[in-house]
Write a protein that binds this ligand. Sequence first.
Ligand code: SGN
Ligand code: CA
Length: 516
Amino acid sequence: MKQKMFLSIVLSFIIGSNSFIVMGQKITGRMNIIYIMSDDHAYQAISAYGFGLNNTPHIDKLAKEGMKFNRAFVTNSLCGPSRAVMLTGKLSHINGFKDNATTFDNTQTTVAHLLHDAGYQTALIGKWHLVSEPKGFDYYNILPGQGDYNNPDFIENGVRKKHSGYVTNLTTDFAINWLDKRDESKPFFLVYQQKAPHRNWMPEPKYYHLFDSTTFPVPANFFDDYSTRTSAAHEQEMEVNRDMNPAYDTKLYFDQPKDAKGLEALWQSVYNRYTPEEKKAWEAAYGPGNAAFLKANYQGKDMAIAKYQRYMKDYLRCVQSVDDNVGRLMAYLKEKGLDKNTIIIYTSDQGFYLGEHGWFDKRFMYEESYRTPLIVKWPGVVKPKTVTNQMVMNLDYAETLLDMVGVKVPADMQGKSFVPVLKQQQKGAFHDAVYYHYYETTTHHVAKHIGVRTEAYKLIYFYEKKEWELYDLRKDKSEMNNVYGKTAYLQIQNQLKKRLVELQKQYKDPEPASFQ
Ligand code: SGN
Ligand code: CA
């Protein structure tokens, strides 16, 4: 039996992409693809990445069956922009979606159109966030805007309807329903995008008490004073202590007064999606903890840590439902015999701060929000349990998906297929340097910046402020020590500036017009 399995695995490597033998089963035709993207899922919150915060057995299983990327980066760390880059294979200044206030130009060709034209049945389920109607998909059932956690509305092929239940489970129900009804004569491309664990981290009732007795370790740089950094880090509005709202984020209060404004009003609108019975269950679960929290009358650093604990619990409870649902979807594939001819990608639209630098949210080019989880299971091709440190970008995803199933990559896409990395055939660095450009200065107040990362260094330019930062990633993994302008680094600083300008030209990025 073992020998037969070995032989069939070997055979599957030889035969090529249109006919496979995977675990003794002959598979003809193109592989199916499920692209799973959760919203704001930090790699620190996937147990396969080894941070010890939580357990995500189903996502970990994908890593055991495929390749785990330790250096996958986004080119613009924000939801809509990241999605637009992934779909088009083009950077924000070319696809036009620079910030979340944009509407995606849906006349553009996307990976969905290209796979559809190549004979794929295509569907998009869950978070979308690109405002315009999704195109290139035979079917869609999406959340309006950010969507709601509880009893959410979905828009199914243009028709909006309210559903009962928890968003992460519903998204999976809709994905499975679509898979059940699909045309089995065609391969499929399913884009399955969870809203969770996006702010404001509302858990599923079965997890209200998960982590009740856990105290999460506070990151070493939680009380970062940004002393070596330029003004951008001082001006951000994403600190766990200062910028989390006691009702909306920390969930210390239930119903709000009628004249509530801002985040209290937003909390009320979120909470009003709960039925009276659901509110009762919420209050029974959160009430005692809230009373203890308020009674403790935390001050200063103690308050910061207490808010951090609450944040981590709710965030990771939401992740638990995401992982369960990955498991549900994988169980469905297995039951239908689709597990061997379906490529699975697991990623997030960006990384996220889980208290590092004292923050939540994303946006900065610092590692926690710049780097995103990426796991690829490609039965018969990617060797199980492989790990890569090659740098890849979300700009490369569309090209890679097309290449994996033998569809021609359009010349105007700006990334490149990392199939050689997946096949472990890449000689030398896949990218010697990766490029970044962030634009949205409104929510959370992060200044525009452009940057380049190499294996060992990261150079960031806050161009409207004309302020630079440089990090030596080998010595300073947490990016606490900005060495820009330090004599020992002048040579590397100049090399990186040169590389940044080259990349800006290569990607035809008009901004900033100068580096002075
Ligand atoms: C909302 C959130 C922000 C978050 C953005 C973008 N505020 O505005 O905290 O950064 O979405 O997130 S909230 O008060 O509405 O929760 S993104 O992932 O969609 O880009
Ligand atoms: Ca996001």
